[in-house]
Design a binder for this molecule. Sequence first.
Ligand code: BDP
Length: 708
Amino acid sequence: MRTTLAGAAGVSLGGCATGSSSLVRTPPPDEDGYRLWLRYASPGAAARGYERAMRNIRVDGASATCGVIRNELRAATTAMFGRPVPLDESVQEGSVIIGTPRSSELIRDLNLGAELEGVGNEGFVLRSARVEGKSVTVIAANEDIGALYGAFHLLRLMQTARPIARLNVVERPAVQLRLMNHWDNLNGTIERGYAGRSLWQWRELPDTLSPRYVDYARACCSIGINGAVINNVNADVRILSAEYLRKVAALADVWRPFGVRMYLSANFAAPVRLGGLSTADPRDPAVADWWKAKADEIYALIPDFGGFLVKANSEGQPGPKTYGRTHAEGANLLADALAPHKGVVMWRAFVYDEDVDPDRAKRAYLEFTRLDGQFRPNVAVQVKNGAIDFQPREPFHPLFGAMKETPVIAEIQATQEYTGQAKHLVYLGTMWKEFLDSDTHAKGEGSTVANVLAGRVHPSRITGIVSVTNPGLDTNWCGHHFSQSNWYAFGRLAWNPELTAEAVAEEWTRMTFTNDDRAVATIRRMMISSHESFVNYTMPLGLHHLIGGDHYAPMPWNNRAPREDWTATYYHQASEEGIGFDRTRKGNRAVEQYFPPVCDLFDDLKSCPEKFLLWFHRCRWDYRVKSGRTLWEELCVKYYEGAAQAAALRETWQSLAGKIDARRHREVDERLAIQVADAAKWRDQILEYFGQFSKRPIPSDLRLTIDD
Ligand code: BDP
């Protein structure tokens, strides 16, 4: 039996969450984290003002999306005020009126033409206005989905204790594709997933629909995410079989009213492995026919299917190079099949063929820049934020800004593969802002990555930011309660990369934990410093890929793997002389992949930001860094600082006892205990290892701080 949308969306919100008075001494009731940032806690003292501005809600329009707006507002107001705000047609002092010029005469009469023209299909205008002589709040959009985003915006203002009396908000998303990338396998496991098994119940689908599918879509939609690739990039061909497509279509049906479109990872060898052809060569007409027929089959089931994501000729995946063809020929093959249906191909640039260059960091740029101009209009190249692989810190990938005629979309990773795997509290909003704000100088100053992604540097047919994501079947979706903040930050920053990491952290904290100003400030500070601390106790000063095993603990001694570029020693190159990878003009010239003056900045030892020092430079152990210390001393300082910061993080969290419900407080604390122990252990192991090369002791004052 199918669960109805209304039922699932309304009911699953559950009971009401607790308020925020700073007078509260006993902790609020336990919560399990299921409701994410959609708890709709009582707004405390602000409730009366909100209720005055929300006497009734009028949603003009009959679509399923309008139904979602009604459900969400009814459930939210019930939780916040203890009673639902009536949904009716009346216009009175304090009405909230929602609609589009097509669905609503009232909205049409407001003459918002100019503003609405600027907000596109997904944007909205949220405004305090006078209608029929009454003070009302209006959410106007061109399409119902824009109105839904506007409703979530209004609810966010209330959840974060902001005034809603004199509103004048005009919003539109910065990029078109804001997609979750799930690395979920058909057997229910998740590659690099740390929050339980896959959300998608393949055995139950298509007939039984878990209410979680609705809550997932609500969560995505509430932060502007408008699509999901639901299967692993290491793609099982069966996802394209008739049997699975029916299941996929059932999920797409659930998500449609929330504006969450369905995308699939496609295996390039599908014509052979699924279709029984003898080749998957893009130049073979039978192969092209197979993909065309497959696309037609998909669109018959899912008329608004978004398109394919492809990992080709990377880490053992099949691809066009298997047949002596280029990535462009491969991408175009699928693009031609999707084009009649307006679907897109997201072709990943996560490739690092050893034949291309000895340095893994240089390979994708070399392969893809030479193909610029050869892709079909409905292809975008999907590029990870850095040139290696979601390291705790990387300089931005040189492909951003370098492709003038090919849309480039960014892939970031909210699942914390290399950043503590939902055991460590690491808020990634700061790291992503560092990436988005990086100036590529592709067309002079101001060519930031965010501007490149928004198509403001090179005009772009397709724009997007996607994230490898973290939810699984764990009750709190993400394993660590704080890992939810990375899902949240992805959505918010993809919608608006101009937001600050601080603002996003604060919003999330208020919605997820409490509106107590002091507690909020404390949690925000914890979140903002957490990424730098993690870098400090794992890979400071530009070190990267000090990893092995399951990518959790740093293992700088790892010198054995099926490929050299999967070891750690390949990257740090520590010896008695020094440490670091020489990517300067005197070294392997990787810096030249960046535009001037970025290449000069990175190339010159004096100007290279120290956070990237050993990424670009090989330095002697006694090299003097800016602090006046030797490199070895500085490394020791960073690792000690990081471990101390981890310990301080836990102490700060413990000071919040009583402000946060006991259950979530305890569960976070338990993980912080692991983080503190790991940070100290990793510091000691890593410094002991590098000490064998530097032949220097750890400065005694550092050791003293610990022994004390
Ligand atoms: C790496 C992961 C691996 C993925 C690969 C990818 O370790 O599991 O398959 O990236 O992005 O980060 O394709």
